[in-house]
Design a binder for this molecule. Sequence first.
Ligand code: FEO
Ligand code: CA
Ligand code: CA
Ligand code: CA
Length: 675
Amino acid sequence: MDRKQIINDPDYGNKAEAFEAFDDIPTNPNLSRTIGDVINARYGRRDVLRGVLGVTATTALFGTSAMIAPKQAAAASASRYNFDELTWGNDETHHIAEGYNADVLLRWGDPITADAPEFDVMNQTVDAQLKQFGYNNDYVGFTSLNEDGTRGLLCVNHEYTNEEVMFPGLGRQDRDGFKGMTKDIVDIEMAAHGGTVVEIAQGADGKWSLVKDSAYNRRITPYNTEMVLDGPAAGHDRMKTNDDPTGLSVIGTINNCAGGMTPWGTYLMAEENFHGYFWTDVRDSDDKADVSAHSDAASKKRYGVPGGWYAWGKYYDRWNIDKEPNMPNKYGWVVEVDPRNPDAKPIKHTALGRFRHEGAETTVSKDGHLVVYSGDDNRFDYQYKYVSGGTIKDETAVFGSSLFSDGTLYVARFDEDGTVEWMPLVYGQGPLTAENGFNSQADVLIDTRLAADLLGATPMDRPEDAQPGPNGTAYLMLTNNTRRKPDQVNAANPRPESSFGHIIEIKEDNQDHASTKGTWSILVKCGDPAIAEVGAQWNPETSENGWFGSPDNAAMDADGRLWISTDQGSGWGKTGKSDGLYSLETEGDLRGHSKLFFRCPVGGELCGPYFHDSGETLFLAVQHPGTDGTKDFKGFERNSTFEDPATRWPDFDAAMPPRPSVVVVTKRGGGKIAI
Ligand code: FEO
Ligand code: CA
Ligand code: CA
Ligand code: CA
C-alpha cells in the first residue's frame, strides 16, 4: 500500500497508527543479503542447545520430554523481584501491584513555571503551552540536587502530539491534507513537543511534588529553543540553511522518544522520527528523484524524508524541504541538555550519528570511556554504540564534554555463531570513501544509515531502547517487525512476521562496554507462550500475567535488575493486554522469567521507566492514553476523539480529554521497590 492508501485505510484509527503502518515500508536496501537458517528461523540453535526455551515452543519443536529438566531446575530458585504479580487486563485506568502507590505527578498542560496560567483545554495558546507540561511524555530521567536525593530535577521528553484528542472539534488531520489546521494549532503542537525540566521534591510523607517556583523549571521545544551543534558534522556545508549560514545552530528538537542521563547528570534527548515533520509541496514527484548514487535524494529516501505527517511546513519554511533542503540534516541526532543551567543552549552531538534514535543510554567502560548505546527504530535498521576517545576525568565530565564530540560510532553485526562485532563508522576506513560518496566524517555521520548499509550491519526487528547493565551486559529491545519474510530471518532476528518482538542480551568481551566484540543470546521471544505458532520463549515459570509483547523501554534499578516497559501500539488486541511494566530475570534458573508490576489505561503505552538511586521511587510515563487500537476495546469499539475518548484518564472529568502523565511509584510504608 502507498502512503495515501494507508492514511485512508479504516484499520488505522489515528495519525500515529497510520504513521507506524507506513513506516512498515522499509528503507533499507540490503534485505536480500541476510542468511536464512531453518532452525534459527524459528527458535535459535544456541538457545535450543542451552535448554532455555519456553515449554510451549520447545514442545512444539521437540516434544514434551525436552523441557523436564529446566522446569525442575526453575522451581529451585527464588525470584529476585519481591512483589505480588498484578493481574493482566485492559481498562480505563492504571493498575499497580498490591502494596504500592502509583500517583500522578505531572499531566499534559500542568503549569510548570511560576508565571504559567492554569490549563484551559478549550482555550489553548502557544504562550501558555510554552510554560506548561508538554504532550506525550516518553523518556523520564532524574538528577539529584541534594545528598539524599529528596530534591532533584526531573527531565521528561515529549515525543509527539495526537491532534484528534488534544483539540476540540478538530479530528484527524492527515486524511484531508491538514485542512483543519491553523498556524495557531501548529504553534501549540510545536510548543507541546520537546522536553521539560522541573524541580521536584519528596515530602516527609514520601510523596513527590512539583516545585512550581523553581528557577530550574523550563520547557525545551521545536518552537523556539535555540541549540548548537558540535562534533564532526557541525559547520559542514550540508548543515547550512538560510537562517544559519554557519551550519552551527538550529532551532529546537523533535520527536524526542527515549533518552538517557549522563554520568555527570546531564539529560540526553534522542530525536527519533524526525522525518515525519518535513513537508514538500511537490510530493508526487518524489519517486522521480535520482537516488542511484549517494546523492541528497538518496540520503532523504533512506531516512524517509519528507514524511509529511505534520502541517508545520505549510506555515514555516524551516519545515519545508522545498525551501530548506538541508534542514532535515539538523535533526536525527542526540541532544544534551544541562538541567542545572537553564541558560545553557542544548547541544546536538553529531559524533553519535544521525538516525531515528530511540534512546541514548550511557555507561562507563572499565578504563573510563563514555559508552552510549542507541537503536535506530525502523524495521530492518541497526543497533549502534558510541565509545568516547577520551576517558572520564573531572575536567571532562561536564556539560558539552569533548567525550561527546571526539569518539567512534559503531554499528552491530550479529553473527550466526553467537558473536557480535561492532564495526566502526570511520571516514576512509573500508568502503567509507569518496568512491562511495563519503568525502568526510561529516558525510559518514549525516548519512549514518547509508554508511552502515555498506558495512553489512545486521537489519534488526526495530531496535528500541538499548539498556546497558552490569559487567559489560546490554539489553536490546527489538519491538516487532511484521514485514520480515521467512527468507529474511537471521539468527538475531529469528521469527518472520514478528508481531511481538524479542530481547537480546549482549555480553561484551572482557565485561567491558568499550569492547568491539562480544557474544549475544536471545533472553526472551515475546508473545503468548500458550500459542505454539507464536514461537514465544519465556522461562516456563512465567505466568499468564507475566508474558508480554513489544518491549520498548528498559531500565536497571538500584540493584542492577532489569525492568521492561511495552508499546504494542494499535496491535495490543493481539495480546488483549494493556501495555505495562514487567520485571525480567536475567540470571540463574529463572532467566527469562517475567512478572507484571504496572499496567496502563487503554490506548496508552508505557514509557520511562526510571529508578531513583535510592531504589525507593520509580518514575513512569503513560503516553497517549486513550488513543491506540481503541477499536479493540470491548464496549467502546471506535476511534477516540476529543469529544468522545475511550478513557478520560487520569482526571475522569467529562470536560477533560485523556492527558499523558508522569506517574510516581513508591512502596506503601516506604522502602525499596520489589525488595
Ligand atoms: Fe518512539 Fe521507537 O518509539
Ligand atoms: Ca519508544
Ligand atoms: Ca531505558
Ligand atoms: Ca514503540
